[in-house]
Design a protein around this ligand. Structure first.
Ligand code: XMP
Length: 315
């Protein structure tokens, strides 16, 4: 890669030449799309529109966090509130691959609508080198389709511009720092978001339960890490199981939902080992989940399988 300043200058200059009209970018808040948006905004100003699609399946506080990042970066943006149509499209869908398909298609519809309303002729994407190097060998069986909702098909009728195509992740992070872009340094998060952490049908109610449980898991791990009790796992979250079990609440029988906690160490997500979380931290998570979500959850289990044979997500 060129020096940082040179790279930024060339990328901005290149986009200024290549984009004579209006452009749109789907911004998830991840570092790649945020950096691509920041560069494009430097090049064409308000002829760029960054769109963040709120699917209703994001983590707690995520939409507000992304809004803050976009505001700080000074990019012209819009938050498309599409939760209603995502839940509608997901009604009755229980198969994991079908969920991914429904979410991917819905995302494209929302994005197309936004692009048309803005009059965009250009599509800026935060594609980085591993995205195109690793895809498309066709030789491996699809275990999960890993549809990344940030990655849009190229047949949307817009000219695609990919300013980060030659960069690797660490280089994108360097550019982010140089541009003062505060992209999320959070753990990896799947494109289909909380939908693949609600086993069975995704309803608003289920999404709310898993969102809160994920928040508690993240919060307790953050506390334990800052207290020096453990190292941060590579990825950690909660999963809502489609299984109810019997419990007691006061002196009454309860029949509540089950949450599984998943935490793994990994380098690239291809293989993973379950994290040896201290028991007191697991205890704190289980206690908090069952106290704060008393009316819904009465059992918490910890996933102790590695990848393979499991995968990291449960769907
Ligand atoms: P698995 O579950 O396949 O996950 O062991 C490996 C990594 O990929 C993430 N993941 C996804 N990311 N779209 C994505 O963008 C998906 O459909 C998807 N499924 C899993 C998972 O969170 C982990 O980091």
């Amino acid at each position: 890669m060129l020096g940082l300043e040179d790279f930024i200058e060339e990328a901005v200059e290149g986009m200024r030449e290549r984009i004579p009209g209006k452009a749109i970018i789907a911004c998830s808040g991840g570092v790649d799309s945020m950096v691509a948006a920041a560069l494009a905004s430097k090049a064409i100003g308000d002829r760029l529109l960054a769109v963040y699609v709120d699917t209703g399946l994001m983590r707690k506080g995520e939409t507000e966090e992304v809004r803050g990042m976009l505001e700080d970066t000074g990019v012209n943006f819009r938050i498309a509130d599409a939760a209603g149509e995502f839940f509608e499209a997901l009604a009755g869908v229980t198969d994991p691959e079908q969920k991914r398909k429904v979410i991917g298609e819905r995302f494209i519809r929302v994005f197309e609508r936004e692009a048309r309303a803005f009059g965009a002729e250009y599509l800026v994407q935060g594609t980085i080198a591993p995205d195109w190097i690793e895809s498309g060998d066709g030789a491996r069986a699809t275990i999960k389709s890993h549809h990344n909702v940030g990655g849009l098909p190229k047949d949307l009728g817009m000219t695609v511009v990919e300013p980060l195509r030659d960069l690797y992740k660490d280089e994108v992070r360097d550019v982010a720092r140089a541009l003062g872009v505060k992209a999320s340094e959070r753990q990896p998060f799947p494109g289909p978001a909380l939908a693949v952490r609600c086993l069975g049908e995704v309803t608003r109610e289920n999404a709310e339960v898993v969102r809160e449980a994920c928040f508690i898991v993240e919060d307790e791990i953050a506390k334990a890490v800052s207290a020096g009790k453990m190292e941060a796992p590579w990825q950690y979250f909660a999963v809502l199981l489609p299984t109810r079990s019997v419990g007691v609440q006061g002196d009454r029988r309860a029949y509540g939902k089950t949450i599984a906690i998943r935490a793994v160490s990994s380098v690239d997500g291809m293989t993973a080992t379950f994290s040896r979380i201290p028991l007191e931290v697991l205890d704190a998570m289980a206690t908090r989940i069952t106290n704060e979500m008393k009316s819904q959850v009465n059992r918490v289990v910890y996933d102790i399988t590695n990848k393979p044979p499991s995968t990291i997500e449960w769907e």
